[in-house]
Design a protein around this ligand. Structure first.
Ligand code: 13P
Length: 251
């Protein structure tokens, strides 16, 4: 059966000291979260080594928020997948809408990034999601299907065992406006169908699909009760250890 996961994307928040304190607080309470629910935190690059240390001995795994589309060399300001592994990461988020919107991340670049992450042994949390105008135009299924196909159809069924998908409707990120459980469920089911068409039912059934976008303790239970929603990618609410842990207990 596919794994349930709650992952915290800290985005560009916290100093190193604040991040270590947050990681320690999450680690200390992580045993309250059921054993079958995975917990992941994704701090900024600068925090990774110290946060890895703070998480030691707990079930909480470490993710980066991005990685380079090149293996190494003269790419000033970039961080490569093997560097993330050497810093203690098990995961990287890729294709977050903020990277697509503000930093020109394309599906083509994402194929290279996912490949490098997998080749280096990282698990990938690949984000997809439509903008408000796309939903208003009734294009949300098409957009999410395209994003999923454009990246994941370059990979194999075996690769899919290391890939988690996060559906994050852009209009629900940081706005306080969550997708309803029905809106989220129908997109998750659509993504699973797309995976089934390419990789078969077993891979589709085994792929974890997270919801992200103003997910918090008050709405997590209803979202996670949906048959195709396997957890959450949490922004704002992951910056408070108690809220993050509460969400982890919402299955
Ligand atoms: P919020 O939970 O702050 O809406 O952010 C969601 C998100 O973008 C997680 O990656």
């Amino acid at each position: 059966m596919r794994k349930k996961i709650v992952a915290g994307n800290w985005k560009m928040n916290t100093t190193v000291a604040e991040g270590v304190a947050l990681a320690k607080a999450v680690a200390a309470k992580s045993a309250e979260v059921p054993a079958n629910v995975g917990l992941i935190v994704a701090p900024p690059f600068t925090h990774l080594v110290s946060v890895a240390e703070a998480l030691k001995g707990s079930k909480v795994e470490l993710s980066a928020q991005n990685c380079a589309d090149k293996a190494k060399g003269a790419y000033t300001g970039e961080v490569a997948a093997d560097m993330l592994v050497s810093a203690g990461c098990q995961w990287t988020i890729l294709g977050h809408s903020e990277r697509r919107q503000y930093y020109g991340e394309t599906d083509a670049k994402l194929v290279d990034k996912v490949r490098l992450a997998l080749d280096n042994g990282l698990g990938v949390i690949l984000c997809v999601g439509e903008m408000l105008e796309e939903r208003k135009a009734g294009r949300h299924f098409a957009v999410v299907t395209e994003q999923t196909e454009n990246v994941l159809f370059h990979f194999s069924a075996e690769d899919m065992a290391k890939i988690v998908i996060a559906y994050e409707p852009v209009w629900a990120i940081g706005t306080g406006e969550t997708a309803t459980a029905e809106q989220a469920e129908e997109i998750h089911a659509c993504i699973r169908k797309v995976l089934e068409g390419k990789f078969g039912k077993e891979v589709a059934d085994n792929t974890t699909i997270l919801y992200g976008g103003s997910c918090k303790p008050s709405n997590a239970k209803e979202l996670f009760a949906q048959p195709d929603i396997d957890g959450g990618l949490i922004g704002g609410a992951s910056l408070k250890a108690d809220d993050f842990i509460e969400i982890g207990k919402s299955f």
